[in-house]
Design a protein. Structure first.
Length: 66
């Protein structure tokens, strides 16, 4: 299993996040010889101090950091 932490601008909607996470997990999984479900992405969004997570095509938890 691989864990990837990315920082970037605040994304406008869940569909954009889902597409980005799916792309990341596909590419990283192929590079490391893992399936997309074996790659977990954490995205820290700037500006709103938010964190999103995803695995494969699943968009998981999204909320504000304290």
């Amino acid at each position: 299993m691989a864990l990837v932490i990315a920082e970037g601008p605040q994304l406008p909607d869940e569909e954009t996040k889902r597409a980005m996470i799916s792309s990341f997990t596909d590419v990283i999984g192929k590079y490391l010889g893992l399936t997309p479900r074996e790659v977990v992405i954490l995205i820290r969004e700037e500006g709103g101090n938010r964190m999103s997570s995803g695995q494969g095509d699943i968009l998981g938890w999204r909320g504000k950091l304290k």
